[in-house]
Design a protein around this ligand. Structure first.
Ligand code: NAP
Length: 297
């Protein structure tokens, strides 16, 4: 049942994610208008109380808060470009995945049409939308976020505004995905090493997960060293040359155990380059200089 004290919201795009977003707004009581190219995808939402708009223009006219979640930014433009002045005075929240460059361009495009723009990145799957652990990053208009914060929080307990640069939500998203793939690849490589000696991945698992606590401890020190900006990188735990010797063991064991060596070879190469740049005595945080330099490779 819609609660007229809550902000009306329009959701454009009812794919897997858009349906979950609209469903969460409805569940929380927001008067919800929806539009999708294939209108049958609105059937279930209409049964739950959503209003199906007959055109994107009607959908945008229905609410000051307009959430878009379609497959690409080009699709979003195909839908919204023809509307011209209709976005004026609206808060446009774009949860379509794209690049930071697209987010910044779209913020300019929205501003030219008189809309406040928030770019969002969803770090959740449809089934977890609305849950306490769902992470949604937003960047762009502070006014839009502050005005609609309580409505946006309906989509996930870990809804966070990360800054006014519209590209930031995407950058947080990909940076965290990078942490995920780096960690998962290392875990799976480690599992392959132990499997070569007959040890189950499940036996390795608790050691791998508890080791992440140590990694967290190192990363905390390194974040401070990187942000200090003085390029000192004191080796409070271990020098890069000490890491390098251990990395050689990892590479050697991968070779002799018949495990794929691509990942340790990359890690070995990075540490070797850091040493060549004069960082042998520094902490692992000095690797930031390789990652900040696109020509370092
Ligand atoms: P999806 O199920 O494939 O839905 C795609 C949506 O885009 C549908 O509403 C579709 O309309 C619409 N669309 C595609 N081409 C169109 C066109 N030419 N004109 C008009 N509408 C068009 O994808 P999804 O999972 O909902 O994902 C939507 C966005 O959320 C993507 O950017 C995705 O990266 C992001 N996302 C998804 C997840 C996830 O777990 N699913 C997680 C994070 C972020 P029709 O129904 O008419 O085809």
């Amino acid at each position: 049942m819609a609660d007229n004290n809550l902000s009306p919201v329009t959701v454009i795009g009812l794919g897997l994610m858009g349906q979950a977003l609209a469903g969460a707004f409805l569940k929380a009581g927001h008067p919800t208008t929806v539009w999708n190219r294939s209108s049958q995808k609105a059937d279930e939402l209409v049964q739950q109380g959503a209003v199906l708009a007959s055109s994107p223009a009607d959908a945008v006219a229905a609410s000051e808060l307009v959430v878009v979640c379609v497959s690409t930014y080009d699709v979003m433009h195909d839908i919204l470009d023809p509307l011209d002045g209709a976005l004026s005075g609206r808060a446009l929240v774009n949860l379509t995945s794209g690049s930071s460059e697209q987010a910044r361009e779209t913020a300019v495009w929205a501003s030219e049409r008189g809309a406040d723009y928030l770019d969002g990145a969803i770090m959740a799957i449809p089934a977890t939308i609305g849950g306490a652990e769902a992470i949604l990053f937003y960047s762009g208009s502070d006014t839009a976020f502050t005005t609609y914060e309580s409505a946006l929080k309906v989509l996930g307990g870990r809804t966070t505004m990360v800054g006014e640069d519209p590209g930031l939500a995407v950058l947080y998203d990909v940076a965290l995905l990078g942490v995920m793939w780096g960690t998962l690849n290392s875990f799976i490589h480690g599992a392959a090493l132990l499997k070569s000696a007959g040890i189950e991945a499940g036996t390795f698992l608790p050691w791998a997960t508890s080791w992440l606590d140590a990694v967290k401890f190192f990363a905390t020190d390194y974040a401070g060293q990187i942000d200090a900006g003085d390029k000192k990188y004191p080796a409070n735990d271990a020098k890069i040359e000490t890491h390098f010797a251990s990395i050689e063991h990892l590479l050697h064991e991968s070779q002799t155990q018949g495990v794929n060596t691509e990942l340790p070879t990359l890690v070995h190469e990075l540490a070797k380059r850091a040493i060549a740049k004069g960082h042998a005595e520094n902490s692992y945080a000095a690797m930031i200089e390789l990652f900040q330099d696109p020509k370092a490779s």
